[in-house]
Ligand binder design. Structure first.
Ligand SMILES: *[C@@H]1O[C@H](CO)[C@@H](O)[C@H](O)[C@H]1NC(C)=O
Length: 551
């Protein structure tokens, strides 16, 4: 647990960066959350009633379910936050650590120090009496899961989005993941994100999830909300998501980029947060008029905020963590390393916006009972296909399976399957990429490691093979691929001064196909793009005729 000092110094740092936060003085309160009520590939805002595309860590009350409205929030009986009247949920993408040694993922631990700020102050340090509480069915999202570069929408560091490694020294921070640190052992790694607070009176629209809200300009009261977002001004919600990454200290170096958000993002820009309102009507409105707590540690000053018996104890909050049963039966990578992110999101590093992942093979998507929040018996962490319990689940499954089958049978050419393991690169003699280009085995090369011979991590989220690595690098627009140490894939356009070595040094069985070799320790099984797309197509065409002739 962190002391009062930690909270104050954190806010001090933020305040120094952002004037409006500094100005709000004591007209806000902070709720500390224990660990999530559930970690799950569920998102009732964007994917109601179905499995969502990426893993989320969900905090707040235990009414959380795949399908939610205000009435559902009110079924809650406990929360990870102290204020009993707040039956809301808040969720954000889980953070994974990707091993720089083998590409596998482990979810970073929450450090039970995540905080939710509610701010309702003016620039003159007083309470802003023009703030409204949220309407019953209110919901919103801040941030963008597809973002992979700083497009300005998230403000300067410390404003809308900020990542900080609290290492007790320089505290490296940036809008995306900061770099150049080798531990955050002092206090942890944290993302800070603000929600917009100006509302145009319209409902949340999943097709355009940001459209009903805007960030305020630097003015008090309703003047801070520009038309048409001047129907109501709410308190500003700001979340600090705190992670304990001490277990990885020593496993990564300052040049590595091991942090990956659940959507397949190693830049940090895709951090986003969702809010569904579950405040008991009247409570937040009353609190904003009287509550002058400021940045105190727990317990909140109930006398000025929520009245007698208004708070859960720390033990009650802790007991609520993990109390929502998982309905998606898959391994979240919480207790041991997993080879692909849940939802098999490939890592997309930008700067272009990410492409949503469509077909996800080998993934369990059993959505219990359609999202009432009641438990389903599917064990958590299994990797076998769970028995589906509803026709909805079955149809989701069959859709994704058939799409996948079609896709893979279309791109695997006979040459790839027949010569597995035979070339000096340890895999097939050649690979045909999705665009028709041919990638030829070029032998075993040294990875200079620091810096890497092939600079771009081409990991796409599936177990490594030479074939898939070459295809992945092709898709990313590179001309050379290199599989390393059985489980890594790197891409580039030049081998630089890297030495070619005897093919026996590329001896690590590929994680995705043990009959192939995928490099070795600091050794790359290299494939080079050897023909243009057009030529390759003609070649394949010819091949097909030849095949047809012999069969
Ligand atoms: C991958 O590397 C990590 C350390 O980075 C290690 O703890 C883990 O066991 C390795 N997993 C596999 C499958 O080799």
């Amino acid at each position: 647990m962190h002391s009062l000092n930690v909270g104050v110094s954190t806010l001090g740092l933020l305040a120094a960066l952002v004037a409006p936060i500094l100005a709000q003085e004591s007209s806000y309160f902070v709720m500390y959350s224990t660990d999530p009520v559930v970690v799950e590939r569920v998102d009732p805002l964007l994917s109601p009633g179905t499995v969502s595309s990426h893993e989320h860590s969900v905090i707040g009350a235990n009414g959380f379910a795949a399908t939610m409205d205000f009435a559902q929030t009110q079924t809650a009986t406990c929360a990870t936050v102290p204020v009993k009247a707040d039956k809301s949920n808040y969720w954000f993408p889980s953070l994974y650590y990707q091993s720089p040694h083998n590409g596998s993922f482990l979810r970073a631990k929450d450090n039970s120090n995540t905080r939710i700020y509610y701010k309702f102050g003016t620039g003159g340090n007083g309470p802003d009496l023009e703030r409204s509480e949220f309407p019953k069915e209110f919901r919103m999202i801040t941030g963008n899961a597809l973002l992979r570069h700083d497009d300005g929408s998230m403000g300067s560091p410390g404003n809308q989005l900020n990542w900080m490694c609290h290492d007790g020294g320089n505290n490296p921070r940036a809008t995306g993941f900061p770099t150049g640190f080798t531990n955050c052992d002092a206090q942890g790694f944290a993302a800070t994100i603000r929600f917009p607070s100006c509302w145009n009176g319209k409902d949340f629209n999943p097709a355009s999830p940001q459209a009903h809200m805007a960030f305020p300009i630097n003015q008090d009261g309703m003047k801070g909300c520009e038309a048409p977002f001047n129907v109501k001004r709410f308190p500003e919600i700001m979340i600090e998501y705190w992670l304990d990454i001490t277990q990885f200290t020593g496993d990564y170096g300052s040049n590595d980029k091991p942090w990956v958000l659940a959507p397949g993002d190693n830049t940090g820009y895709s951090f986003h947060a969702d809010f569904i309102n579950g405040w008991e009507p009247g409570v937040l409105a009353a609190a904003m008029k009287t509550c002058r707590v400021g940045n105190t540690a727990e317990p909140l000053d109930t006398s000025s905020c929520f009245g007698a018996n208004s708070l859960y104890t720390d033990a009650e909050k802790r007991a609520c963590s993990g109390s929502v049963k998982n309905v998606v039966a898959e391994d979240t990578g919480t207790t041991s390393y997993i080879k692909a992110l849940p939802g098999c999101n490939p890592i997309q590093s930008g700067p272009a916006d990410a492409t949503p992942q469509k077909n996800c093979p080998n993934v369990v998507t059993s959505l219990g009972d359609g999202g009432s929040g009641k438990a389903v018996s599917s064990p958590v962490g299994t990797t076998t296909l769970a028995t589906s319990t509803s026709s909805k689940t079955t149809s989701q499954l069959s859709t994704s399976t058939s799409a996948t089958t079609t896709k893979s049978s279309a791109v695997v050419s006979p040459s790839e399957t027949s010569t597995s393991g035979g070339s000096t690169s340890g895999g097939p003699a050649s690979v045909t990429a999705a665009d028709g280009s041919t990638w030829a085995a070029a032998g075993c090369y040294v990875d200079t490691v620091n810096p890497r011979t092939l600079p771009t991590n081409g990991w796409w989220g599936n177990p490594i093979t030479n074939t898939e690595c070459a295809k992945g690098c092709s898709k990313l627009g590179f001309s050379i691929s290199g599989a390393e140490n059985g489980g890594q894939c790197f891409c580039g356009n030049s081998l630089g001064s890297s030495a070619k070595v005897d093919s026996s040094e590329c001896k690590s069985p590929c994680a995705g196909d043990s009959s192939q070799k995928c490099g070795g320790p600091a050794r790359l099984s290299v494939y080079k793009k050897s023909s243009s797309t057009k030529k390759a197509r003609a070649h394949r065409h010819l091949e097909r005729h030849r095949q047809a002739a012999v069969s």
